[in-house]
Ligand binder design. Structure first.
Ligand SMILES: [Zn+2]
Length: 337
């Protein structure tokens, strides 16, 4: 990292200058990288102060390992992660500034000043990135608070909605046991009253999840045409797939053939929409796609009594437009209670 780049005496000595004493300590050591940044009296005092509350050991280790210890410490949340990554950099930078101020400007080396500036750097970083945390006025309280902070949880209400009059809705989901691996898909086609016209679960061999979804979309669209639906909303829980189907972005070559086939089908109906929905509004299709792993040939269901039990339950909840609650941790942090 810093090795070989800084004009420290250890390096300039190679060009003939005499080794010189450090500028950081009361009883000086040599002006070397390890001394200035890591194991000199002054540097190790500073490191120990910041590491004390984190459980990180600072003993007898080269600088690079010391920094890695900070970076590999198990973090409790995103704010904690940031502080563990930034602090060693702030420490090194401020040790260097202190050394240079002392060596070239004759300003007396001062540990509490250096430690305060390192704290202040962290404070500024935290208040900028996580403005919802009210940062305490010293390092010890700051790190202890950050450790106990948690991400705020955003709750969103998600529900499956019946399509408008004259429209039908096609919910499809692909499922891969591993990606790529054994794939399958499930789908359910419903009218404006929410009544199902058709549902299916089909194993699709070995491939990727995206291929499963594309195959299933073609299958579902073919059926929509057969039963005479001319206005179809296709709902997908992957934004990527929405963009590929609507040709907003070019699909990868592995599914470009299916994408073309699908465009042919779309051209044959009057209106087609492809919308992104959250997983929680796609549970009926999700359940059917998982069911596909338990069967060896495609299954088609013409009424809800024929549906596998779990899929039927989700379909019935959808008919009632029953809300699901989606709980998601967001970046914004909140202080501990
Ligand atoms: Zn020193």
């Amino acid at each position: 990292m810093l090795r070989g780049k800084l004009p420290i005496n250890e390096k300039t000595a190679r060009f003939g200058s005499e080794p010189v004493a450090c500028s950081c300590c009361i009883s000086p050591g040599w002006d070397t990288i390890e001394h200035t940044f890591n194991n000199g009296y002054f540097a190790s005092y500073v490191w120990k102060y910041f590491a004390a509350t984190t459980g990180i050991s600072t003993d007898h280790t080269p600088l690079i390992y010391l920094i890695r210890r900070w970076w590999s410490t198990k973090y409790k949340n995103e704010a904690h992660k940031l502080i563990l990554q930034a602090t060693p950099i702030f420490i090194c930078w401020n040790l260097w500034k202190n050394r240079c101020a002392s060596k070239y400007e004759g300003i007396q080396s001062n540990a509490s000043k250096v430690m305060y500036v390192i704290y202040k750097d962290n404070y500024k970083l935290m208040t900028t990135v996580f403005p919802h945390i009210k940062c305490p006025s010293n390092w010890k309280d700051l790190i202890m608070l950050v450790e106990r902070c948690d991400h705020e949880i955003k709750v969103t209400m998600v529900l499956w909605k019946k399509p408008p009059d004259q429209w039908s809705k096609l919910n499809i989901d692909g499922s891969a046991l591993s990606n790529p691996g054994k794939i399958g898909a499930g789908g359910i086609l419903r009218d404006h009253k929410g009544q199902m016209t058709l549902a299916f679960a089909t194993p699709l061999g070995e491939d990727t999840n995206n291929q499963a979804e594309m195959e299933a979309t073609i299958f579902g669209m073919t059926w929509s045409l057969q039963v005479g639906y001319r206005n179809v909303i296709r709902e997908v829980d992957s934004q990527l797939l929405v963009d590929w189907i609507m040709l907003k972005t070019k699909p990868p070559w592995s599914i470009s053939k299916q994408a073309q086939q699908l465009q042919e089908l779309i051209r044959q109906i009057n209106n087609f929409k492809c919308k992104h929905i959250y997983r929680e509004a796609n549970f009926a299709a999700d359940s059917l796609s998982k069911h596909s792993h338990t069967i060896t040939s495609p299954q088609i269901y013409f009424n809800e009594q024929q549906l596998p039990k779990e899929a039927r339950t989700y379909h019935q909840l959808d008919m009632l437009e029953m809300a699901n609650f989606r709980r998601r941790k967001i970046k914004r942090m909140k202080e501990p209670p």
